[in-house]
Write a protein that binds this ligand. Structure first.
Ligand code: ZN
Ligand code: ZN
Ligand code: ZN
Length: 216
């Protein structure tokens, strides 16, 4: 979803926490300007219901907004406790960070922070699956591609520049950060699949490719 719409949903959620459902209250809390057309767009997408100057979530909208709030408030805890951002800047930076939190990263950050229940302003953080299970160990860190078993998938985060000239070749094949690769087999040669390509790569190069392990 467009970042602007995410911000509007966030503002609707925050206003609703104070039992205020008016467009005016939502406007006051929103980090971006929005128009009536934007609200109509959200109605069309089935996210909200409008009733005069009041706005309410549909169940789908509530679910989407809840996950945005979760990411926003986890980002707030992250930027204040780990990154030591000044509290005057927290809000703005949290909003930027939240849009980059991929689901797999979000869970690891929640675990890392010990499943925080409230954000630095004392507002509740919606729980995730990891919180209910009380997961204590982050097992979804960035790993070298060669630690994945056949059939496992990973999203490339980083390719370590080595002495291999072949590495440049990999990049020219489209193996860039963000690309999801599946380990096809590991012997007799390490073989990966991504997009519509199947590629055998040198074990030494595989070690220099770092990925987020993707589950499911
Ligand atoms: Zn935000
Ligand atoms: Zn907060
Ligand atoms: Zn959690």
């Amino acid at each position: 979803m467009d970042e602007k719409f995410e911000e509007i949903l966030e503002a609707i959620w925050a206003a609703g926490e104070n039992n205020n459902f008016s467009v005016e209250a939502i406007n006051k809390r929103c980090a971006v300007d929005f128009s009536d057309e934007d609200l109509i767009e959200l109605v069309k997408e089935g996210m909200i219901v409008k009733d005069d100057d009041k706005v309410f979530f549909s169940s789908k909208g509530k679910e989407v907004a809840q996950s945005i709030m979760r990411r926003h408030r986890l980002a707030e805890v992250l930027v204040t406790s780990i990154l030591k951002v000044k509290s005057s800047e927290m809000e703005k930076i949290a909003c930027q960070v939240e849009h980059c939190l991929q689901p797999e990263v979000e869970e690891s950050i929640c675990i890392l922070l010990g499943h925080p229940e409230v954000c630095p302003d004392g507002k509740p953080i919606p729980k995730g699956r990891c919180c209910d299970r009380g997961v204590k160990v982050v097992n979804n860190t960035v790993v070298s591609l060669n630690t994945l078993a056949p059939g496992e998938k990973g999203k490339i985060t980083y390719i370590k520049p080595g002495s291999h000239s072949n590495l440049h070749q990999l990049i020219s094949f489209g193996l860039n950060p963000g690309v999801v690769v599946t380990v096809h087999r590991k012997s007799p040669a390490f073989c990966i699949k991504f997009e519509n390509t199947e590629l055998a790569i040198d074990e030494e190069i595989v070690k220099n490719i770092f990925v987020w392990r993707l589950v499911g």
